[in-house]
Design a protein around this ligand. Structure first.
Ligand code: NOJ
Length: 993
């Protein structure tokens, strides 16, 4: 036996203490799996997987759905008919509509006649609505649904089909098969997407619960023991008709009463010839979605979308997270297509791939992969939108037209945000603010988490700790800084709190299944939840933000809506019971994934409404949300929730944000530094370098963590972090231009390789490097510990690339090594682009308003370059009336001229606001032009000729000095024109030869 002497036991004590300390430092890494359902524990998911298995494994499988040919009508872009489902003697009627929109999008909707007509009975005297939920559209869809005049039925050779030609130049076709019912979507005659090709379509129809008589005990028969009985039930064997989960389901001590019985909808959607699918945000796995039915390195669970407060979420997992966008894009060489599954109920998606090769000896050449997906939702309509591309921009463009474009963020919103749970007093906030200045570190926004309130009562300030909120905000305003305060949707159930009193007396909270106010637990303890599906609740919510009611808030206060899945600490899966009732009698089950969107919608309008009268244009609202659905992008920014101060979380943040970008919600970020735990200084530094390339850039930390404001890190870390922040600030014009592209075209702000190079199959899986808008900036932040030498960057094309900081030249295609010391961010500039910057270091972005610009002209292999700049006041809606500057800069090797041209309609309509804005910007000029990869022929040249529109008669030509520098080693030559003196909003030319 091991003997411990006094000193060894002391060491043991030290060791144990050390371990305990380590466990405090190392963030917890395991999600509480037992709190969240697997597909097997979710009745409808399990039933539909079983249904899919039968469809695939039964040779005689025939889908029981038929389109009644005689019911089909087609008029003005809309096809209607009745799909029947035959089960035994019963025929269930399912109204079908297939809409063809001007945008080239097609939409297939299936309802259930009996539920639609209300001819069903609800159990347990429920007051729930009888129809399938049909209002997701009201929240998610805002445009792009004008029926196509050009769509027309066509004759096909195939019998038993109805065919409709539609889309641009009639290049798209929907082949609607009657028996079994299915739809093939074709582009130029080639099938791109198939519905029900695998026979997994399943609409669980309404049926009454028939209580089976309990079999009578025969005399002399012994009572079965519980153990014996359960031994007979094999829970793994479930058929699609297994009644066990139809009428009631329990999980984690909560029972769902399911008054409408089983009502799932499911469909297989295949993408023939497509190797990759992307989307289904938000998950932690790779950008190119994995297969989900087991096998080497594949998931065994489907991707789940059921917005939840998933505490300590895990990496590389199909588990659900805080938000859901049921939008998927499929990619093959030079072709992108997409589907939007418009359903706000709990949804699971299985993905499998099958390969076929024409010739077994062809070694994979000519083999095609088909991606099969199986979508399963608990309730609601079957409602799917189909986009046939062919470019990624076409798919995201039509998706964004449908669900809305990203709000154009305010300038401060894309600058740096400093948050933690919590800045504890108003003096603390002022102190942090001063310390940023003292250390010359730029920042724009400081945040207050829940502790600023009096006892977690939102719209109040703790009088002990935040006695002077207005004074605090006045100090912030001196440097044009803002405050974001948290307001959550749970309202404390406590006497003498006007908010809860009004909520109750006006009956604006979510109800429980018995139609009484629903009570649950969250930060304040016992709470009620505002029901933002109710228009009256939204009006009331708006009133709470008025300056006279939310006293202490100011014009520079903006809002953070957290916990809006909603998070309910004692609820099933940390959220609300599904049989809770919302406005108009909809069950929570039907609209769960929309809940977060409705809250930020109410907050957004509240901020709009409170815009002060003395401001001539209302200020654009800023709202941060944790929970989201398709359409939330119209209303604010999003972050990826409670990550951890661990390297894998830094690494995962990049595919997660790229996924948000291609899912139409690009204004997204992850907590810089990691929420739980304390990052090492190296991790913190690398995280800031990566965060400087997140569209939404915010440092945040849990209440139990140590303070980690950038100035606390110490040298060299503080200096390196400051450089990363300054880089972000210098590039704000490029970021803002990228945000504008998201706002008008739905394009991602940070773009994955496949999106920019859809022709390059080798890059389809890349998700650790990305482009910033269309600037040609290609970043690959370091996300691994101890990687201090170099970073490999993949160049997709044959263009020339250059180091951002040192102009080192790289030639694509292929993998290149870029230097990656701790102080370096691997960042390249693709040849052929012009990048706008503002180089003067300032305390905040607001103070950069009148600063001059630097244009970096990166000549590509053809010697040309092109780029754009979008600029406005960064805070108002004046841009809607033409108060903006939108320029195109282009350099042509043929003429050796760099020119600035008006893009679109700067100052459109000549409105008063546009004139005022442009007048204010008149003096803002370009102070420097840097030409990277400058031609050797410029050597010895010392001047350029500058002409500017409106500069004197016939645009007089001025000579301005230029310097040319030879590139040494592998570096490109460059040239600098200092102070060409041209206006940023003006047309001008700079002739280099
Ligand atoms: C959960 C959020 O995800 C986190 O960011 C926040 O700090 C806490 N709630 C406290 O409000």
């Amino acid at each position: 036996m091991l003997q411990l002497n006094a000193s060894s036991s002391r060491w043991t004590a030290f060791f144990l203490l050390f371990l305990a300390l380590c466990s405090l430092l190392t963030p917890a890494v395991t999600v509480k799996h037992e709190n969240f359902k697997t597909c097997d524990q979710s009745g409808f998911c399990k039933r539909n997987r079983a249904y899919a298995d039968s469809a695939l494994s039964t040779s005689s499988w025939s889908s029981p759905y038929k389109l009644e040919a005689s019911s089909v009508r087609f008029d003005k872009g809309l096809l209607t008919g009745i799909v029947t489902k035959t089960v035994g003697d019963e025929t269930i009627r399912l109204p079908l509509s297939v809409s063809f929109y001007e945008s080239g999008t097609a939409r297939v909707t299936i309802d259930e006649e009996k539920r639609r007509k209300g001819e069903i009975e609800l159990r347990h005297n429920s007051k729930a609505r009888k129809e399938r939920y049909n209002e997701a559209e009201q929240w998610a869809i805002v445009g792009g649904t004008v029926l196509s005049k050009g769509a027309a039925t066509t004759q096909g050779a195939e019998k038993g089909t109805t065919r409709v030609a539609y889309g641009p130049a009639g290049a798209f076709e929907a082949v609607i098969k009657h028996s079994p019912f299915g739809v093939d979507f074709k582009r130029n005659g080639e099938t791109q997407i198939k519905f029900n090709g695998q026979g997994m379509l399943n609409v669980e129809h309404w049926r009454p619960k028939i209580d089976k008589p309990v079999p009578e005990k025969k005399e002399g028969e012994e009572e079965k023991k519980g153990g014996e009985e359960s031994a007979e039930v094999d829970t793994n064997v479930v058929t699609a008709d297994d009644e066990g989960t139809w009428w009631e389901e329990s999980f984690g001590g909560n029972t769902d009463s399911k008054p409408r019985g089983p009502e799932a909808v499911a469909l297989d959607i295949s993408f023939p010839g497509y190797q990759h699918v992307y989307g289904l945000a938000e998950h932690t796995g790779p950008l190119s979605l994995k297969e989900t039915r087991g096998g080497d390195g594949k998931y065994t669970e489907p991707y789940r979308m059921y917005n939840s407060d998933v505490f300590e979420y895990e990496m590389d997992s199909p588990m659900t997270l805080y938000g859901s966008i049921p939008f998927m894009q499929a990619q093959k060489k030079n072709s992108t297509v997409g589907v939007l599954w418009l359903n706000a109920a709990e949804t699971w998606v299985d993905i499998t791939k099958s390969s076929s090769s024409a010739n077994p000896l062809s070694f994979g050449i000519g083999a095609t992969t088909t991606t099969n997906t199986h979508w399963i939702s608990e309730s609601g309509l079957l409602d799917v939108f189909v986009m046939l591309g062919p470019k990624p921009q076409d798919v995201i463009g039509t998706y964004s037209e449908l669900t809305g474009y990203t709000q154009l963020p305010q300038q401060f919103a894309i600058a740096y945000h400093q948050c933690r749970w919590n800045y504890v007093t108003d003096e603390d906030v002022k102190d942090v603010d001063r310390k940023f200045d003292k250390n010359k570190i730029p920042y724009d926004v400081i945040w207050l988490d829940i502790e600023y309130t009096e006892g977690k009562k939102y719209f109040t300030w703790d009088p002990m700790t935040f006695a002077d909120p207005l004074g605090m905000q006045k100090q912030l305003d001196e440097h044009e800084r803002k405050l974001v305060a948290i307001i959550d949707p749970h309202i404390k159930n406590e006497g003498n709190y006007y908010v809860v009193d009004e909520l109750k007396s006006k009956d604006l909270a979510v109800h429980n299944k018995d139609d009484n106010i629903y009570e649950g637990w969250c930060w304040p303890g016992s709470s009620y939840w505002i029901d933002c599906f109710n228009p009256a609740a939204r009006t009331w919510w708006q009133s709470l933000f008025r300056y006279d009611r939310f006293a202490g808030s100011a014009t520079n206060t903006f809002i953070w809506n957290d916990m809006n899945e909603p998070s309910v600490f004692n609820g099933p899966e940390t959220t609300m019971p599904k049989d809770n009732l919302h406005h108009a009698g909809w069950e929570h089950r039907d609209l769960h994934n929309l809940n977060g969107l409705t809250l930020i919608n109410a907050t957004f309008s509240a901020l709009l409404a409170r815009s002060p009268a003395e401001v001539s244009h209302p200020i654009r609202p800023f709202v941060l949300t944790r929970s989201f659905f398709a359409g939330s992008q119209r209303l604010g920014a999003v972050w990826t929730g409670d990550n951890q101060a661990a390297w894998p979380h830094l690494e995962a943040s990049i595919p997660m944000l790229l996924s948000m970008g291609i899912s139409g919600f690009p204004f997204a970020g992850a907590d810089v530094g990691g929420f739980f735990g304390n990052p090492s200084k190296e991790l913190l530094t690398r995280w800031y370098q990566a965060g400087a390339f997140y569209p939404f850039f915010r440092g945040h930390a849990h209440i139990d963590t140590r303070r980690r404001e950038p100035y606390l890190a110490g040298e060299p870390y503080t200096g390196i972090i400051t450089q990363a922040l300054r880089l972000r600030y210098a590039l704000l014009p490029a970021w803002y231009t990228a945000c504008h592209e998201a706002h008008v075209r739905g394009e991602p702000i940070v773009r994955p390789n496949w999106y920019v190079h859809p022709e390059d199959e080798r890059g389809f899986e890349l998700d650790d490097q990305f482009y910033v808008g269309s600037t040609g900036l290609l970043a690959k932040p370091v996300v691994r510990e101890g990687q201090l030498e170099s970073q490999e960057v993949y160049l997709a094309d044959g263009e020339r690339y250059f180091g951002y900081f040192d102009f080192e030249g790289y030639q694509g295609p292929g993998v290149v090594k870029v230097s990656a010391g701790l102080e370096e961010i691997p960042l390249l500039m693709r040849g052929g682009h012009v990048i706008p910057r503002r180089d003067r270091p300032r305390r905040s972005s607001g103070l950069m308003r009148w600063d001059p610009f630097t244009l970096v002209v990166v000549l590509g292999k053809a010697g040309d370059a092109e780029g754009t700049l979008y600029l406005d006041d960064g805070e108002s809606f004046g841009y809607e009336e033409g108060a903006f500057i939108h320029r195109k800069f282009s350099y042509s090797a043929a003429t050796s001229v760099l020119m600035s041209e008006d893009l679109a309609a700067t100052g459109a309509g000549g409105s008063k606001k546009a004139k005022e804005y442009l007048k204010g910007m008149e003096k803002v000029r370009v102070e420097k032009i840097i030409v990277v990869n400058a031609p050797a022929a410029w050597k010895g040249r010392e001047e350029v000729e500058v002409s500017e529109e409106g500069a004197g008669k016939s645009g007089a030509v001025r000579k301005v000095g230029m310097e040319w520098f030879a590139g040494e080693g592998g570096k490109a030559a460059w040239a600098v024109v200092r102070d060409p003196g041209v206006g940023i909003g003006r047309g001008w030319k700079v002739a280099f030869a």
